[in-house]
Design a protein around this ligand. Structure first.
Ligand code: M6R
Length: 612
């Protein structure tokens, strides 16, 4: 998704803006631009299609642009093709209003027609140009100043936006507004910074403000004030970011993804330790009580992408351990389905970023219907975290690679804790079993480290199969949920067509796609289903498939069937996802590297999908 940065201080702005944009590259983009000025100079705009280095070359690493106040943007095309013309910043024709935007303005056509009637002309295909010209229109019509004209525009705009705007007549200020799109503001002595995400600010400050929904901020050189949509001053709390700057660096690894794969034991350990205290689960930080866990009759898990796959695994785990019905649904479906919910239901929204547009909309729908909500969220202060009734923070730290790994693992750990606590409270397990499950969970990080030690074998296998065209991942029960995640990793970073199938379902159609050399990964971590899945593996092998088996140490009979096998340490059957997913992440990663692809920033993808 688009990335926004801004700087207002005493240093030259352009190099700081380029540095900030480089920290947001992981969000995905196709063009970039800067707008910079000094108090006495007009606003200068430079834009470039393609990677950030094209913009850096065009501006001599920012040195060619003079000014201590500026905004920058990386654009991920929604309205209009990727081009220099459509790149941000956009401006009114007299360049008195210049701005950048993240989000989608749904009624931009209607607003454009209104402006056309007032003799405005348009040079781009973007909704952003419409928004800025609307602000320009209100500046002229009511002459109430920037906060007033932005607020008036906000009342007309439908959709989501994070806006950063400079006004020619207000040389030492930047104005920011947001609705349903993230924006963070950092203030230091003498300077203000803005960014779509915290990693772009960490170099300068850890004291940040999360500007609220439908609020406006006015940034001077080291000062900030906030207003609501009625232009009334509001106070916003300053928050201390705990992540350190190093966590957002590659730290000697070739890519963020492989670094984050290695950080998984820590992410899981930290998340578990925040929820398990003195040998007991403590959910007090989330606001969920034992009474709540007893009261709920049904759980709905709503999420997108990998977070949805966590939900799929969670369904098996919670239903089996706590004997509660769980329904898992894609947020993009849930939000338009008029779901059947009762006041004894709990809606759990899982999201790394806490900003995914569909997940946020699903959360709001549940709240509108008066249903209690729990967010399992990684980014502190994000929209879902702020709006959910209860929040369980995963402690994975900043995740930069587009393909999620450590956040996924931390989300799983959070789900295990909820399942085990609900199981105890609802009388489905006794204290002895509870202790045993906690003990198994505690051992997961060390076992994950052991799985990582086997990475060279997977690297070798990936290099051998780097030309694979089609791949299938099959498994039953929890192994099916693991297969879904393995298959997504393969698609998103290696661009290999792959499908995940419930192993028993293959013969109902899909098996006709298996031919000589098709790579099939059979996931068999559930001992009670081992023989069943293995016989499905035999079926595809007899049709020419090349088989990779993934199972627990001890299940050596798989070697009679599989051509290549990866073993994981034994753990309780409910927790095997945490171990089995690692070889599949590594397979996706090494295959992508072997194919020479952009691992951390795969084509067409964005880290945080803040538009529908
Ligand atoms: O930030 P979220 O967890 O809400 O993001 C959800 C998905 O967009 C995300 O998991 C996506 O599928 C990942 N790129 C997968 O690696």
């Amino acid at each position: 998704m688009c990335g926004i940065v801004g700087y207002n201080g005493s240093e030259q702005a352009a190099p700081i803006l380029l540095e900030g944009l480089s920290r947001l590259e992981y969000r995905g983009y196709d063009s970039a631009g800067l707008a910079v000025r000094n108090a006495s100079t007009p606003i200068e705009i430079v834009k470039a299609k393609g990677r950030l280095r094209v913009l850096a070359e065009k501006t001599n690493d920012g040195e060619a642009l003079h000014g201590t106040c500026g905004i920058g943007h990386t654009r991920w095309a929604t309205h209009g093709e990727p081009s220099e013309n459509n790149a941000h910043p956009h401006a009114s024709d007299d360049r008195t209003v210049v701005g950048v935007h993240n989000g989608i303005i749904e009624n931009y056509q209607e607003l454009k027609e209104k402006l056309l009637r007032h003799d405005y002309v348009f040079y781009s295909d973007t909704d952003t140009e419409v928004a800025l010209k609307l602000i320009h229109y209100y500046m002229g019509k009511y002459a109430g100043g920037p906060v007033d004209s932005i607020a008036r525009a906000m009342t007309r705009i439908r959709g989501s936006y994070a806006l950063a705007v400079m006004f020619a007549e207000y040389p030492d200020e930047i104005f920011v507004a947001r609705k349903d799109s993230p924006m963070v503001i950092g203030v230091t002595d003498g300077a203000c910074y803005i960014a779509s995400d915290v990693p772009a600010l960490l170099k300068y400050t850890r004291s940040v403000y999360y500007i609220g929904n439908q609020q406006i901020a006015r940034l001077g050189k080291g000062t900030v004030s906030f207003f609501d949509i009625d232009r009334e001053p509001v106070s916003v709390e300053q928050t201390e970011v705990k992540w350190d700057a190093e966590a957002a660096e590659k730290g000697g690894f070739e890519h963020f993804m492989i670094k984050e794969i290695h950080e998984q034991p820590k992410a899981v350990r930290d998340t578990l330790h925040s929820l398990i205290k003195e040998d007991h689960i403590d959910l007090s930080g989330t606001g969920l009580t034992d009474e709540d866990l007893r009261k709920y009759e049904r759980i709905h898990i709503v999420a997108c992408g990998s977070a949805y796959h966590v939900g799929l695994a969670g369904q098996y785990i919670i239903e089996d351990l706590a004997r509660m019905p769980v329904r898992v649904e894609l947020a993009s479906e849930f939000r338009y389905r008029n779901p059947l919910l009762t006041d004894r239901d709990l809606v759990i929204v899982i999201s790394q970023s806490g900003e995914t547009a569909d997940s946020l909309a699903a959360l709001r729908l549940a709240k509108e219907k008066g249903i209690e909500t729990l967010g399992i969220i990684n980014v502190i202060g994000s929209s879902i975290a702020r709006e959910a009734d209860h929040v369980l923070y995963t402690l994975a730290g900043p995740e930069i690679a587009v393909a999620t790994t450590k956040a996924y693992s931390a989300q799983l750990a959070a789900v295990y804790v909820l399942a085990v606590q609900a199981a105890l409270i609802r009388g489905c397990i006794d204290e002895e079993k509870y202790k045993e499950l906690l003990n198994e969970m505690e051992q997961l990080p060390a076992k994950m480290e052991r799985v990582l030690e086997d990475k060279e074998r997977i690297q070798w296998f990936a290099a051998k199969y780097s030309n694979a065209r089609d791949m299938f991942f099959i498994g039953r029960g929890i192994d099916y949920a693991i297969s879904m995640e393995g298959s997504l990793k393969m698609k998103e970073i290696s661009y290999v067509h792959s499908e995940a199938y419930a192993a028993g379902e293959l013969k109902h159609g899909t098996i006709s796609l298996v031919e000589n050399g098709t790579l099939v990964v059979g996931v068999c971590t559930q001992n009670h289903l081992f023989e069943k899945t293995r016989s499905n593996m035999v079926e595809v092998k007899s049709r020419g498939a090349y088989l990779m088996g993934l199972t627990n140490y001890g299940n050596y009979s798989i070697e009679d069937t599989a051509d290549f096998t990866v073993y994981i340490p034994r753990t309780d059957a409910h927790f095997t996802t945490s171990l089995a997913v690692i070889p599949l992440q590594l397979l996706g990663y090494y295959l992508s590297v072997a194919r020479g692809l952009n691992v951390d920033k795969p084509r067409n993808l964005a880290k945080s999908v803040t538009v529908e």
